[in-house]
Design a protein around this ligand. Structure first.
Ligand code: EPZ
Length: 418
């Protein structure tokens, strides 16, 4: 077992390089199922969720070669309905197997997926899209089974903005006869990245990044070489760590536009943020102001930055409010942050952070999920004293070499086996 040990209180300084986006890499890697040609995917983050994705694809018959952040993948011999339940059920992103198998083979059988458990994670919008395309779907027995004699383009009006459902219906509709129109689609950069990858393989997708996406069915896809976009949530996490520690950090390999809502909130708190072409500088000299924030689908403030924001606001003087507008139970981690002396009240989807109420100190914490773990790291870096974080595999699911990157910024942080 490993844990992260931090001796906090050191302002972060220097430069850090951001890795490829987890939430873009997973749809693209599963999306390679749609072409029987070889694909080369570059800038793939070295994280546990990618390891698991490639393991699942190999177990299904794909040939995979990996050289650090470059993955060569050939799915010509892949067979549907073969994904191992014990692997698939560990990661929410495995859901994309359904759309990809259905799109290529007109049949799919995939175990119900797990991943971060903050509230219910239904797939009714995914199923709605599959059925609209003409598939029969059965979600009993711990599996999602879908099959169709023919997939026909249609209009899907999502009842809720869903990243996963948008990804899955795009994957399922690439070869459908005619045109599929998704209304109230998710607009996240990782949706755009998937569409760009599929179009590079010969698909015909327009409107990605807006709430209306059109997919004109094509006969087949060829292989391609494609580079994943930088991870906006990893970048935001380092931006908040710089602000929380009173540091001065240049964050390279970013697309500043993707960080607009994160940068805007830091500026509102009085933190200096400077945008360069493919980098961003964050510097905090004086006190931070308390603010209010509500998480929303992109381009709103991302829910995947909500725990990190709660941690940061513990160091702003005064009361701040964080409202979780996407998930119905994403404050479980607050119990862990309170061990530092942080004064945080939670009622339903709202947290009130009473910043500056007391001197916060290091504490032992358990990472309850990926972004909660990142929030605990930020806390440990900013408080004086020793913090230990266990269950760090949850952090390593989505952060590429986070300990090494933080040590490169001067943090006293290390991974220790116990
Ligand atoms: C993706 O999850 C991300 N995961 C999550 O990031 C992220 O929090 C989420 O999008 C929102 O941005 C991956 O990309 C692998 P949703 P997803 O479908 O697709 C409800 C991380 O930290 N909903 O957009 O599962 C749902 O309950 C992870 O990287 C339905 O009601 O999220 C939620 O309230 C954590 N019916 C809301 O929509 C459905 O059929 C948004 O969910 C689907 C979703």
């Amino acid at each position: 077992m490993d844990k992260i040990v931090i001796n906090g209180g050191t302002p972060l300084t220097g430069t850090v390089e951001i890795s490829g986006a987890k939430n873009a890499a997973l749809p693209v890697l599963f999306g390679t199922i749609l072409t029987a040609d070889r694909c080369v995917i570059e800038n793939v983050p070295e994280i546990l969720d990618v390891d698991l994705t490639l393991e699942i694809l190999e177990k299904m018959g794909a040939k995979v070669r990996r050289d650090h952040t470059t993955v060569e993948i050939d799915t010509r011999d892949i067979l549907p309905c073969r994904s191992p339940y014990e692997l698939v059920s560990r990661m929410r992103g495995s859901t994309y197997l359904i759309g990809a198998e259905l799109g290529r083979f007109k049949q799919a059988k995939v175990g119900m997926t797990g991943g971060c458990n903050f509230g219910i994670r239904p797939i009714d919008q995914h199923v709605k899209g599959f059925k609209a395309l003409g598939a029969t779907v059965d979600t009993r027995g711990g599996y999602v089974e879908a099959f169709a004699d023919e997939l026909v383009g249609c209009e899907v009006y999502f009842d809720k903005v869903s990243v996963g459902a948008t990804v899955n219906v795009i994957l399922a509709s690439v070869f459908a006869k005619g045109t599929t129109v998704l209304e109230s689609a998710a607009r996240e950069p990782h949706i755009v990245d998937l569409a760009n990858f599929l179009n590079a393989c010969g698909a015909n997708i327009t409107g990605a990044g807006t709430d209306t996406i059109k997919i004109k069915g094509v006969e087949k896809l060829h292989g391609c070489t494609y580079a994943i976009i930088p991870d906006m949530i990893e970048a935001g996490t380092f931006m908040f760590a710089a602000a929380a520690t009173g540091g001065n950090v240049k964050i390279n390999n970013v697309i500043p536009k993707h960080l607009d809502s994160i940068s805007a909130k830091l500026s509102e708190m009085g933190v200096y943020v400077e945008e360069l072409d493919d980098a961003i500088i964050v510097r905090r000299d004086g006190d931070m102001k308390n603010i209010n924030v509500k998480t929303r689908p992109y381009p709103g403030f991302p829910t995947d930055m909500q725990p990190q924001m709660t941690a940061l606001l513990c160091f702003a003087k005064g009361d701040s409010k964080v409202i979780e507008g996407v998930w119905d139970n994403r404050f479980r981690y607050v119990e862990e942050l309170r061990k530092t002396g942080a004064y945080i009240d939670v009622a339903g989807e709202t947290a009130i952070i009473h910043g500056g109420a007391a001197e916060l100190v290091g504490a032992p914490m358990r990472s309850v999920d990926l972004r909660a773990g990142a929030a605990m790291v930020i806390m440990g870096l900013a408080v004086n004293g020793r913090t230990e974080i266990v269950d760090i595999h949850t952090i390593e699911r989505g952060y590429d070499n986070i300990v090494k990157k933080l040590r490169g910024l001067g943090a006293d942080i290390r991974k220790v086996s116990f």
